[in-house]
Design a protein around this ligand. Structure first.
Ligand code: SIN
Length: 346
């Protein structure tokens, strides 16, 4: 390493051996959770342990990578905010731009992991591997899953084969695409799945393998890379038996810019909701129809005459990921006539 590059990257020292340098950004979650005793996997507090505690539980990491760890936040991910997403994306873009950094790992809570992963998938300006990991059991539990998940995440990030695939989620020996992965269990260690499309690959012992590439736009080819400014208000409502229009009317009155509706089946809407959402569009609110089902596509002009009402259909993006894309699109000033194609390509 030259003296010039030392000056350009003052946060990092020259590696002692030829191991890849991985930036590890910690945000809290159950992977950093602590319970009063080892038998508890539900009664615990998330985000208690610092990143050095997590690292010291996995000495084998020293044989895989030089790790530069930073505590970016220490929260239960139920409390994740758009401001923290932006801070994380800015920090990741900064570390990944350093030539001696091979990739990055983020530790995160499982509850909103899929939203953060998708936000980063759409905003990071790098081909380098970026891997999010988490745990379903706190660090103090019998058979805690965090240490192996952390080891595997670093293995994935340290392997050049993982680059160019956008943000990856490595949990339970599987590697998922940030766009597709969702949490599907409140307690099981295999809580994460990518409905219909399946995993991108897997990691076991020292082997990292991929079986497919993400096809939608992400990272360097995303138009949302480096986006700044406060994200606009976009809220999620649901359709269900007997739903009223109260929530939609209140949101429109409060000035939201977008509403994602988790509709029944193929994104179908209760008649009272359909009417309220139609009026919302007339008042300048962007309405996206997604489904509460958890798998499958919402067809454009399928369960609702989208073109007649000015609704956008979410395809196979689940409601909370559709919200992420809509916030970015509104912030970037994507015109109404391009919104549908955006949802088909991201
Ligand atoms: C959290 O999301 O921070 C708590 C739950 C978890 O990580 O499993």
């Amino acid at each position: 390493m030259t003296a010039t590059s030392h000056t350009a990257s003052p946060r990092y020292v020259a590696p002692a051996a030829e191991l890849p340098r991985i930036a590890l950004l910690a945000t809290g979650g159950t992977i950093a959770g602590s319970a009063p005793d080892a038998t508890r996997t539900a009664g615990y507090q998330a985000g208690i342990l610092g990143i050095q505690d997590l690292l010291s539980a996995v000495p084998a990491l020293g044989g895989i990578a030089h790790i530069h760890a930073e505590q970016v936040a220490q929260i239960d991910s139920k409390d994740m905010s758009c401001a923290l997403w932006q801070k994380l994306a800015a920090r990741l873009n900064a570390v990944l731009s350093q030539p001696d950094v091979a990739g990055a790992v983020i530790t995160h809570g499982t509850d909103t992991l899929e939203e953060t992963a998708y936000y980063l998938h759409l905003t990071l300006n790098s081909h380098k591997p970026v891997v999010i990991t988490a745990a379903m059991r706190p660090a103090t539990a019998l058979s805690a899953d965090g240490p192996l998940n952390l080891l595997n995440a670093v293995r994935v990030a340290a392997d050049p084969i993982s680059g160019g695939r956008g943000v990856l989620v490595a949990v339970n020996n599987q590697i998922h695409c940030a766009r597709d992965v969702v949490k599907t269990s409140t307690y099981a260690v295999d809580a994460f799945h990518s409905p219909e499309v399946g995993v991108l690959g897997w990691v076991q012992d020292d082997r990292v393998a991929f079986q497919r590439m993400p096809l939608q736009f992400h990272s360097v080819e995303s138009e949302f890379v480096g986006i700044t400014g406060e994200l606009p208000a976009v809220e999620v409502v649901a359709s269900y038996a007997g739903v009223s229009r109260i929530a939609v009317d209140a949101l429109v009155e409060a000035g939201v810019r977008g509403i994602v509706v988790a509709g029944t089946g193929n994104g179908s809407l209760h008649v009272s909701l359909q009417q309220a959402l139609d009026e919302a569009v007339q008042r300048g609110v962007t309405v996206v129809r997604a489904s509460r089902v958890g798998s499958g596509h919402v067809m454009h002009n399928g369960a609702a005459p989208d073109d007649q009402y000015g609704f956008v259909s979410a395809g196979n993006l689940p409601p909370f990921k559709a919200r992420v894309l809509l916030m970015l699109a509104l912030q970037a000033g994507v015109p109404a006539e391009r919104m549908q194609s955006l949802f088909e390509n991201y």
